[in-house]
Design a protein around this ligand. Structure first.
Ligand SMILES: Cc1cc2nc3c(=O)[nH]c(=O)nc-3n(C[C@H](O)[C@H](O)[C@H](O)COP(=O)(O)OP(=O)(O)OC[C@H]3O[C@@H](n4cnc5c(N)ncnc54)[C@H](O)[C@@H]3O)c2cc1C
Length: 430
């Protein structure tokens, strides 16, 4: 028995039993025993969600013994993996044979099933979120079934962003690409101008994101272009960013801004000029997508229809300025191609993800509250892995396939074995 806690230590469970199955049969066995005993089970990945989505109540199902790459088909550019593999192991495995993930988010500590189950994404209108790379998945359910689901068939679109509510994913086949390098280009522009221009910025290149440190002269647009140049060896720079900048210097600046919030904007200005506007060198794609592991902080994030995103970003920026909120982390804007996964925040619409991030400081509750009020007034869909104050009625309003998803969950998990308090709240208990 031990407790679960997430990466930011903002979510924790009571003492729960841990199961670490070594085969799919053992996964099925854990589910059937738990169902018979009326105990709730939660699959846990790397615990990198800020929301309480992974918090176990009786049994934590840890898939770290089911974390192997199984088969690479270089000709078809696919890889079959066990569900508990971490993204960093997956990318290293691909790199050894000249392949790469076509898109990644900011870090690669997550497991593939944990990441796809919440709709984890990078930034690209050309590529979808990580779940959109799935070609096939295997899922075992508390009802005692094993489903092999292929893209375009049956319940695939329900299961690939499954919130851990339909069953335990045990294997996936992913579509990958040949290895590639990216070179970054940084442009600084006023945030309100960027907000007006989001559609053309999103379409300007395959990989583009925006960071805005409130109080700084402008926001940074980071564009990444494919390059034939050999990638530079950035291991030392990345090590220094991770272990010195993000473990010592940035936390020191955050401690100052927590004590003296009135200095936050000045600190942000200095950070933006000295750190964010640095010129970039060609990098292996995974190193360009990932950033150095950030200091502990909290995140909320909503997904908007590309058409509503200018209004959302404008309102968020104006509210930060009007209320002089001491926001000590970047507001991040990313793009995601629309997809067909029922519970994906990018379901059925080209999407702009706007993230509000902050390390603990006096204005955090007010900032997150304003951020969520604005997001919900524009039909924003919450990122399942981030902090949110939403109920089942709101989820039903903004996820058009919510009722179908809940009906399928009732068939595959008739006794709610895979539920926890978070899923009860956001999916409802009817
Ligand atoms: C530092 C940091 C950076 C991040 N960057 C990004 C980013 O760039 N883009 C982005 O979109 N998100 C980002 N996130 C959020 C993160 O990607 C998601 O919260 C992700 O779901 C975490 O994956 P995990 O492996 O830690 O899973 P967990 O958080 O442990 O679990 C997430 C969900 O997956 C379910 N699950 C896990 N394994 C299985 C399985 N085998 N079968 C069925 N369900 C399963 C769990 O039950 C839970 O519902 C970041 C988080 C952190 C802490």
């Amino acid at each position: 028995m031990r407790r679960f806690h997430n990466w930011s230590r903002t979510q924790a469970s009571a003492e729960v039993a841990w199961e670490s199955p070594r085969s799919e049969a053992e996964v099925a066995d854990v589910l059937s025993r738990a169902r018979r005993q009326g105990k709730r089970v939660r699959p846990v990945g790397s615990g990198h969600s800020w929301s309480a989505i992974a918090v176990p109540e009786a049994i934590a199902l840890d898939l770290s013994n089911l974390a192997a790459p199984l088969e690479i088909d270089a000709a078809r550019r696919t890889i079959r993996v066990q569900a508990g593999i971490q993204l960093k192991t997956l990318t290293a495995t691909l790199d050894r044979v000249g392949l790469a993930m076509p898109i990644l988010g900011s870090v690669s500590e997550q497991t593939i099933a944990g990441a796809t189950s919440t709709g984890t994404h990078g930034s690209s209108l050309a590529y979808g979120n990580l779940a959109s790379l799935i070609e096939e998945l295997v899922i075992v359910t508390p009802a005692g079934e094993r489903h092999v689901l292929r893209r375009g068939q049956g319940d695939f679109d329900a299961a690939c962003v499954g919130l851990g509510a339909l069953g335990i994913v045990t294997e996936l086949v992913l579509r990958v690409s040949t290895a590639f390098a990216l070179v970054g280009e940084v442009q600084t522009r006023p945030i309100l101008e960027i907000a007006r221009d989001l559609a053309s910025i999103g379409a300007s290149t395959d990989f583009v994101k925006v960071w805005w440190l409130p109080g700084s002269e402008g926001a940074q647009i980071f564009r990444y272009h494919r390059t034939p140049l050999p990638p530079a060896d950035v291991r030392l720079e990345r090590w220094l960013d991770t272990h010195v900048t993000n473990r010592v210097l940035f936390p020191a600046a955050l401690a100052v801004s927590a004590r003296l919030p009135q200095l936050t904007r000045r600190i942000n200005r200095a950070v933006a000029q000295s750190y964010l506007e640095r010129p970039a060198v060609p990098m292996r794609s995974d190193l360009a997508f990932n950033v150095a592991m950030p200091p502990i902080h909290r995140e909320t994030e909503y997904a908007f229809d590309l058409a509503d995103a200018p209004a959302a970003l404008t309102a968020i920026a104006e509210s930060i300025e009007r209320e002089r909120l001491a926001v000590n982390f970047p507001v991040e804007v990313r793009f995601v191609r629309e997809d067909a996964a029922w519970m994906s925040p990018a379901y059925g619409r080209p999407t702009v993800q706007i993230g509000g991030y902050m390390s603990d400081s006096v204005d955090l509750p007010r900032f997150f509250q304003r951020f969520e009020e604005i997001s919900q007034s524009l039909a924003g869909r919450p990122h399942w892995g981030k902090e949110m104050k939403v109920d089942a009625a709101y989820v039903r309003q903004v996820f058009p396939r919510r009722d179908d998803f809940v009906a399928l969950a009732r068939r595959w998990d008739p006794d709610g074995t895979l539920r926890n308090a978070f899923l009860d709240r956001v999916l409802g208990q009817e």
